[in-house]
Design a protein around this ligand. Structure first.
Ligand SMILES: Cc1ncc(COP(=O)(O)O)c(C=O)c1O
Length: 389
């Protein structure tokens, strides 16, 4: 059964609308005061909420995942991961990555990243990251919290990618006892600005890490989009390039919730099950965050979904990048478009009902998930064109 037409709880259509369904995260990103919520709804068989591209977390569960969740819902199954669904999902990862990695499941990316970094560090160690890194900007200090204080050392550059010279500078500038000893480098693939590290770039970072005695962690909240963009295998992008630990995002790839943590060196995973439990990340009904991966990995949906999001992003980018007064803030290489536009254009988009975040550099961020509707992407492009004219 497909889940595509199921309205989310509390989102039954115009009559069910209460203003509370919109997240109140950042006041500057709230709709324009003159905006009428009715404009957000379109008729499509059932009445559903018109699609928005403010975040790839707005998407629902993809059909392949829904299908497996329904199967996993049959009968009574052992708890806490001691079940066949969880074994099979772990094996699916090993098959996809072509290696016997250790696999763990967490509820969200903050937990996955923080616990993975904590596993690689002592409390007196430090983690080198970009100033754009989600672990630095959007995890509320969780990496430091879960590692009992391992400090993030932030590269002060104006770009989201880390380069070997940034790592070397931070790792070698001090070696005295008063400085938190660098132990890990974390990179986000694709970056928070939608850029993709090439395999050469990852290998160069990994070589620098090896030389300096550092481990390499990859925040792959949108890992599938990166694989789709580069057309390479998950193995090439990770352990074959020198990545030690990967956090593979399921939530943005078509699941309801869930991220997987893959340790390519099993020795580094020692005690990680206890770490997950202590952090409240051991799901008692584990099958509901492990089985969805079977739906993504065994059907190939993970890659199709990633590719689809990327295609939608490039379609929007192609239509708007050359418009007068507008510019792409970053190259569109995965499923994100960052648009620098005059205030009247951004305001006009808000008035027309479009939602977007402006938290990176003041431009509008649009994100495309597995369910992005080409027609709706075209509507957004047309609105941007009309406002820029
Ligand atoms: C780069 C990156 N890492 C990790 C995450 C996961 O965050 P969360 O804890 O909200 O699942 C996100 C989500 O926006 C992200 O963009």
């Amino acid at each position: 059964m497909s889940c595509r037409r199921q309205p989310a709880p509390g989102q039954g259509g115009i009559s069910g609308f209460t203003g509370e369904m919109w997240p109140l995260r950042q006041s500057r990103d709230m709709p324009h005061p003159s905006f009428r919520p009715e404009r957000l709804f379109v008729q499509k068989g059932l009445t559903v909420v018109a699609q928005q591209f403010a975040s790839d977390n707005y998407a629902g569960i993809c059909p392949e995942v829904w299908d497996v969740m329904q199967q996993a819902n049959e009968g009574s199954v052992p708890a806490y991961g001691d079940d066949e669904w969880t074994n099979r999902a772990s094996d699916s990862f090993r098959t996809l990555f072509g290696t016997r990695c250790e696999v763990f499941f967490a509820f969200n990316g903050t937990a996955a990243n923080s616990l993975a970094l904590a596993a690689l560090c002592q409390s007196y160690n430090s983690v080198i990251c970009s100033s754009f890194a989600h672990v630095e900007t959007d995890e509320c200090g969780a990496p430091e919290f879960f590692s009992n204080g391992s400090k993030l050392l932030v590269a002060r550059t104006d770009r989201a990618k880390l380069y070997p010279e940034d790592i070397r500078a931070l790792a070698t500038c001090r070696s005295d006892i008063h400085y938190p000893k660098p132990k890990v480098v974390t990179i986000t693939q694709p970056t928070e600005t939608g850029e993709v590290y090439s395999l050469e770039e990852i290998r160069a970072i990994a070589d620098t890490c090896r030389e300096l005695g550092l481990r390499l962690h990859m925040d792959g909240a949108r890992f599938a989009n990166a694989c789709a963009a580069l057309g390479c295998s998950p193995a090439e992008m990770t352990w074959q390039a020198g990545v030690d630990v990967l956090c593979f995002g399921g939530t943005k790839n078509g699941m309801a919730v869930g991220e997987a943590i893959l340790f390519f060196d099993p020795a580094q995973a020692e005690g990680f099950d206890y770490r997950c439990k202590q952090a409240g990340q051991l799901a008692s009904k584990m099958r509901f965050i492990s089985a969805p991966w079977i739906g993504l990995l065994e059907t190939g949906a993970w890659l199709r979904n990633g590719r689809h999001g990327n295609t939608c992003a490039s379609r929007l980018a192609e239509r708007v990048e050359a418009l007068p007064g507008l510019a792409l803030m970053f190259p569109t290489q995965a499923n994100a478009v960052f648009l620098k536009a005059p205030e009247h254009v951004l305001d006009g988009l808000r008035k027309r009902g479009w939602r977007f975040y402006t938290f990176i550099g003041g431009g509008a961020r649009f994100m495309f998930a597995w369910d992005a509707d080409h027609e709706r992407v075209a509507q957004l492009a047309a609105d941007i064109e009309a406002l820029a004219a």
